[in-house]
Design a binder for this molecule. Structure first.
Ligand code: SGN
Ligand code: CA
Length: 539
């Protein structure tokens, strides 16, 4: 108790010293609500897609999927150059919690198990007197630590009637996952009204992760419209390093009719998929209650029949799959958007809005047909980028946009500084607090470091490490020793690989040197120059 109290006093003094006008949470420190979705690409947020200064994704500008997230951006600050360090779920979450790159926190692939004994920002906030909760998608293998309360989806979680796991065991809750996670979050928030300490809530959605299953009430959205297409839907990867053509994540070849798109086969016919996945297609549908399934079938069955009758082929078939995919993805996002709205409204209705920082982010970006793909993993823009919107009442300038190069690596130090808690010296990120206060620190990073490991694995994206500056991107697919260099200013779609072009030899060399320095700075010695034998098999 005494230790806690003195810690509290120490951190209060720190806050007071650092800021003239601290936001006032329960004890003068702000509450923090971190709303984190899964696979929500920034260009599927109106505020990003409509931003002409965004290097990609403007083809989605006319689609209005996120009124409440857009509103959060109008009230707070939106980060335009926000990136992950390793574009995949578990690893991104581990980086968020620890403020350390994947090689340093030990969680490099989704198959890993998070070492929950290491330091994380929720543990530090809790030790400093915050009341902490984690609700929804966790995906780190080990049980959450550092939370007074946690209730999480096992593994990827289910869209309909999800199972949840807590310290008390498992239970199944009826409803759509996004609504269930929001309900449980608000239930927990209600209980905070009686408490004196500030709180941290991590509200983490499964949506809009594959397989994109919207709630019944969103099915009709865009039903009879044709949504715009990305300019690179039919990319042939002619100028990329060879890995871009060797992946397995195209809408054309790798997206299943039943499993991914809910096209039930015609009577007497079997689904198009490879058996295993399409079995799961049925299982996902069979999780629904009768009422949920009736609403679902009433919407899809006539459309599925029309699809079968049309007997589409080639580009027409790709276009049709793209439309169904994108609509379901955006419908899932509308559910997340409503969740953000419900939480913000709850704060206002309960007089806590001025004392609470609300952050919206997602574990990585995603391909929405860009380059013909779905999924993520690559260091190309669409999957490297993460949405990041922060509303810190009294601190962030309403409607402001920040252009500094920021990463999920920075979240932990940011939350700690917001709470006046000292940032451990071995955290590798930089607190965003000065940026949130519209300062322009002269020592901000001028390049980000990226390292993706999960290979060979689902979707077959080769391992790579790379560096991105404001203008340039250099990627090394090191097991194959293949390189890519992009000039983001003149080629935002990254279709012209300048590596090997003598005009850019100096740029490439300079970036390669800087890449090496970043690896040294962060202590990443997990890049191996050796081509393992098993690689030949996948070439
Ligand atoms: C699942 C998905 C993949 C996805 C990974 C990683 N397949 O395996 O498409 O790339 O998750 O996603 S699914 O058929 O199970 O949906 S992540 O967000 O968890 O990293
Ligand atoms: Ca994800």
């Amino acid at each position: 108790m005494l230790v806690r109290l003195s810690l509290l006093i120490a951190s209060l003094t720190l806050v007071a010293a650092a800021h003239a006008q601290p936001s006032s949470g329960a004890d003068g420190r702000p509450n923090i609500i971190f709303i984190f979705s899964d696979d929500h690409a920034p260009h599927a947020i109106g505020a990003y897609a409509r931003d002409e200064a965004m290097p990609f994704g403007q083809w989605l500008a006319s689609v209005d999927a996120t009124p409440r997230i857009d509103q959060l951006a109008e009230h707070g600050m939106r980060f335009r150059s926000s990136f992950c360090t390793n574009s995949i779920c578990g690893p991104s979450r581990a980086v968020v919690l620890t403020g350390k790159h994947s090689h340093a926190n030990g969680f490099m692939n989704n198959g890993n198990r998070f070492d929950g004994d290491q330091e994380t920002f929720p543990k530090l906030l809790r030790a400093a007197g915050y009341h902490t909760a984690m609700i929804g998608k966790w995906h780190l293998g080990s049980d959450p630590q550092g939370f007074d309360h946690w209730e999480v989806l096992p593994g990827q979680g289910q869209y309909y009637n999800p199972v949840l796991v807590s310290a008390d065991g498992r239970r199944q809750v009826e409803g759509h996952c996004t609504d269930v996670v929001t309900d449980l979050s608000i239930e927990w928030l209600e209980a905070q009204k009686e408490r004196d300490e500030p709180f941290l809530l991590m509200c983490q959605h499964k949506a809009p992760h594959r397989t994109w299953m919207p709630a019944g009430r969103h099915l009709e959205m865009w039903a009879d419209e044709t949504l715009p297409e990305p300019p690179t839907l039919f990319d042939d990867y002619a100028d990329n390093a060879p890995g871009a053509a060797r992946q397995e994540m195209t809408i054309r070849d790798d997206m299943y009719l039943l499993y991914d798109l809910f096209v039930t086969p015609r009577e007497g016919e079997s689904p198009q998929g490879d058996g295993t996945l399409d079995d799961y297609g049925w299982r996902n549908l069979e999780r629904m209650t009768q009422a949920q399934r009736a609403a679902w079938d009433a919407f899809y069955e006539p459309r599925n029949a029309a699809f079968h009758d049309a007997e589409l082929e080639g580009e027409d078939l790709v276009r049709w799959k793209f439309q169904r995919y994108l609509k379901n993805y955006l419908r899932c996002i509308r559910g997340v958007d409503e969740s953000v709205g419900r939480i913000v409204d709850w704060l206002e209705e309960n007089g806590l809005a001025d004392d609470t920082v609300v952050v919206y982010s997602s574990d990585q970006g995603f391909y929405l047909g860009d380059h013909g793909w779905y999924d993520k993993r690559w260091m190309y823009e669409e999957s490297l980028a993460m949405p990041l919107i922060v509303h810190w009442p009294g601190r962030t300038t309403p409607g402001s946009v920040d252009d500094h190069l920021v990463q999920n690596l920075d979240y932990a130090p940011t939350f700690l500084e917001m709470a006046g808690v000292a940032v451990p010296g071995d955290m590798q990120g930089q607190s965003l607090v000065p940026l949130l206060e519209s300062e322009a620190p002269s020592d901000w990073r001028d390049a980000i470091y990226y390292h993706y490991y999960e290979y060979p694995s689902e979707h077959y994206v080769p391992r790579h490490a790379g560096i991105r500056t404001e203008r340039w991107k250099l990627i090394h697919y090191y097991p194959f020793d293949e390189w890519e260099l992009f000039d983001l200013e003149h080629d935002p779609d990254e279709t012209q690989n300048l590596y090997g072009d003598p005009t850019y030899a100096n740029v490439a060399t300079n970036l390669a040197v800087r890449l090496g320095r970043l690896q040294e700075k962060y202590g990443d010695d997990t890049v191996t120059g050796v081509v393992p034998e098993w690689i030949e098999k996948y070439r």
